[in-house]
Structure formats: C-alpha cells, structure tokens
Design a protein around this ligand. Structure first.
Ligand code: ZN
Length: 78
C-alpha cells in the first residue's frame, strides 16, 4: 500500500496537531513537527516503518520536535 511518497510528503497531507499548519503548508522552512507524522500514522497514510524512520531522527522526540524533511540531518527542538 505504498504511495511512493516519503514520510515528509505524507505528513504534509494532514493538519499539524502542534502548530495547526494546514495540509500542503509546511510547519517550518526546514521540516514538519513530529506531531504531524503521528497524525499521518493514525490516519493510515504513514506506515509503522515510516514512523520508525522518522522517530529515529532524534534521540529525544516530542510532538513539537521539528523533523527535517531531508534525513538524516540535524534537527531543531522547541
Ligand atoms: Zn507543525
């Protein structure tokens, strides 16, 4: 059931539960909030493997963690 889209693209299909960016609008210039990935996962857009990949981007991750669109690079925590 792969759509061929990366996790960041899938996350951008839903509202962000942290900053309420609307679908198609990025949370920040560098990436999306982790909360957005969780929402995409709950909606069934992002599979468990995709979420695991995203989660691995940071040692300590919260809903407000910015997950960079291009991984792996450094991340920013709020
Ligand atoms: Zn956000």
């Amino acid at each position: 059931m792969s759509t061929g889209l990366g996790p960041a693209s899938l996350a951008s299909l839903v509202n962000c539960g942290f900053c309420w960016a609307v679908p198609g609008t990025p949370c920040t210039d560098i990436g999306q909030h982790y909360a957005r990935y969780l929402r995409a996962y709950r909606r069934g857009l992002l599979d468990a493997a995709g979420l695991a990949t995203v989660s691995a981007a940071a040692v300590y991750i919260t809903a407000g963690t910015i997950v960079p669109d291009a991984q792996p690079i450094t991340y920013v925590r709020w």
